[in-house]
Design a protein around this ligand. Structure first.
Ligand code: SF4
Length: 251
């Protein structure tokens, strides 16, 4: 995509600014694709679904092209607005960034969310055959397939968003604790993902009469993670995500 096209898209009124910042990135299930610039770019750049596959090399090459064009745009605008973009990072800055990375990684929320993703991975690995058979047997029970899809979609997403929220908190604490903050937004989408995952696990439970103990443990674990996030970010649920939680005044 060339710079002019990118600029034109950025100016379009049909898009909701920043809608993709606090969504769950599940574009196939998103009710706001027509209002999302991220989606429009990806549709124009990758019309062939295979080309959109993140494992496809072409994807990364194009992404890198988009990134370069975006940086050029940013630099151009910075010059117009008289802003000096930081081009060098000192060793001190790098040390500080590394220390913060460690703090985020070792935070209880990050560790718990990571534990959940690994647990889900092990759980599915152990039951691969069983699930294949159950899903095939319950052909009409699309809900089982959907439940698996939901759990798999959010398995790593929860951890990524919880860590982003923690990072914001680690950095915000040195400044002020204003609301709404990016941490609140990230915590909110992590909470939504947890809510949906709990519902999906509850669906799976119905299909596993004699193997439900671990499912209940997983649900309980997710529930305690949800509580911990709510305690750490008490206003997260109030966060208004553009395009999803507010009444759209420009349909
Ligand atoms: S807002 Fe919707 S369409 Fe845009 S990136 Fe998020 S999930 Fe995809």
């Amino acid at each position: 995509m060339n710079k002019d096209r990118l600029k034109k898209l950025a100016r379009s009124k049909r898009f909701i600014e920043g809608i993709y910042n606090y969504c769950d990135r599940w574009c196939e299930r998103c009710p706001q694709t027509s209002r999302c610039m991220n989606f429009a770019i990806s549709e124009e750049e990758f019309p062939d679904p295979e080309a959109r596959d993140i494992r496809n090399e072409a994807f990364w090459e194009r992404m890198s092209g988009i990134m370069k064009e975006t940086m050029e745009l940013l630099r151009g605008s910075a010059k117009e607005w008289g802003i000096e973009l930081e081009t060098t990072v000192s060793i001190e800055d790098m040390k500080e960034m590394k220390a913060k990375d460690e703090e985020v990684k070792n935070h209880l929320l990050s560790r718990s969310a990571k534990k959940y993703s690994e647990w889900v991975e092990d759980w599915f690995k152990e039951r691969e055959t069983l699930f294949f058979e159950t899903a095939a047997a319950a052909r009409e029970g699309v809900s089982l397939e959907e439940a698996i899809e939901v759990i798999r979609w959010y398995q790593y997403f929860i951890c990524a968003k919880a860590m982003r929220a923690v990072r914001g908190k680690v950095e915000d604490e040195e400044e002020d604790n204003a609301f709404p903050s990016d941490s609140d937004g990230s915590a909110k989408i992590a909470l939504i993902a947890i809510d949906r995952s709990i519902a999906a696990w509850a669906t799976i439970r119905h299909y596993l009469d004699d193997d439900e103990k671990e499912v209940i443990d997983l649900i309980a674990f997710l529930d305690s993670l949800r509580e911990a996030i709510e305690k750490t970010f008490p206003r997260a649920r109030e966060f208004i995500r553009p395009g999803f939680d507010e009444i759209d005044k420009n349909p």
